[in-house]
Write a protein that binds this ligand. Sequence first.
Ligand code: BES
Ligand code: MN
Ligand code: ZN
Length: 495
Amino acid sequence: MEYKIKSGHPEKQRSACLVLAVFEDQVMSPSARVIDKHTGGAISLLVKRGDITGECGESMLLPQAEGVPAERILLIGCGNEAGFSNRALQQVTACAIQKLLQSKISQAMLFFPELGIDDRDIASRVEQLVIQADHESYQSDILKSENKKKNIQLQKITLFIPDRKELTAAREALKTGQAIASGVNFARKLGDLPGNICTPSYLAEQAKDMARDFNMKASILNEKAMEKLSMWALLSVSRGSRQPARLIILEHKGGDNKDAPIVLVGKGLTFDAGGISLKPASAMDEMKYDMCGGASVLGAMRAIAEMKLPLNVTAIVPSSENMPDGDANKPGDIVTSMSGQTIEILNTDAEGRLILCDALTYAERYKPATVIDVATLTGACVVALGSHASAVFSNHDPLARELVEAGESSLDRAWVMPLWDEYDKQLNSNFADMANIGGPKAGAVTAACFLARYTKKYDWAHLDIAGTAWLSGEKKGATGRPVRLLCEFLRNRSA
Ligand code: BES
Ligand code: MN
Ligand code: ZN
């Protein structure tokens, strides 16, 4: 999608479609009022008659616009004016883009930047508009044959900025928004790719390409290198698969050489069949999304590299498949992790924590300021929080708060869960230092407690994104979460 920023007189704009806001109680946005005047009251007539009530998400396309050079007008209901919020802006942008796509309009001018939101400046509004518009025009059919692809016609969006003095800020925000949108897009694309294409080696190639394009450093460790490091927990998962595991490391050095990096660790399980503790067949295809933690970490790296964020950030993505095989982990097997701690594998489907624990130990060598891991770790997390919030667990309360706030302001929410000793005890094993499962209760918490045993040397947080990384059912597809949360967190850290 091509974006442009423009200012001037609303009534003089040449466009295939002017997208204007109408609120409840017959309130028109400033530009809607101007256009109304120049079109002989075309909008106020509809508003007065109640043909458009201004309810949030409502829309009406006027196929012609006499009196102004634009070809059409699209009215979007924006709810109560006084209550117009970030979330409302997200909703009405999505609605506008959907309507433009359905109507096969190739170019449009959006007047939404003029809509005020409490304590949000023009930059933050423009940024969000761009991210949301890009999100709505994402195409998930890249693997359909040419004639079966939905052909998306919307090619250009111009954002109308009411105040010339704000043009510079708006242009900067457009760039930032596009960088974040590309990061989200990157994560979604990787997520939606099937397991037979998106393998650990494929993920590694993607990271290498990204490093080349954005001036980062990529290092890929193969299984031999991981053996040398004694990453036996990670390697035990990969042993049951024909696809070799990879440990992907990507470094963005935007900060001072001596500054400790923030390390992001992402679960890159490219297909989770469960191993010998095989998953049931229904919806097993969705386990191609088990690499979304890794994809979101790579997506965030792409975004911050494009923004040239003045911060040192290192991404570590342990990547493997989890398959049943004659050489796969068996329930009861005991492995020694890189940290030296031994693990009794009571369920081979609790594999995420096995590949993450070695990556988290590996992270120590970067002497990190903070480590955040992101993983589609537990079905229990989906039960606890559904698809609205990612779960946050942390050994450092201020860090948990930082993440929750970043999630709130980027509309990519997260919610804090406990990491208490009482839960940790559920992992005790008669035969090894710990078991890899903690029984049927509080599965998301015991998974986090498992990781906590490997992160004692630094400030750490764990994001369980099992419920937020993708949607099921008719809207099946990757969401790109929590790329926005991560970007917001990192930008706050660099400020
Ligand atoms: N990748 C899954 C978690 C998952 C399941 C995410 C369903 C989203 C939807 C993970 O590897 C897994 O299988 N976890 C098990 C753990 C259990 C065996 C303790 C689970 O949640 O069932
Ligand atoms: Mn599993
Ligand atoms: Zn998994």
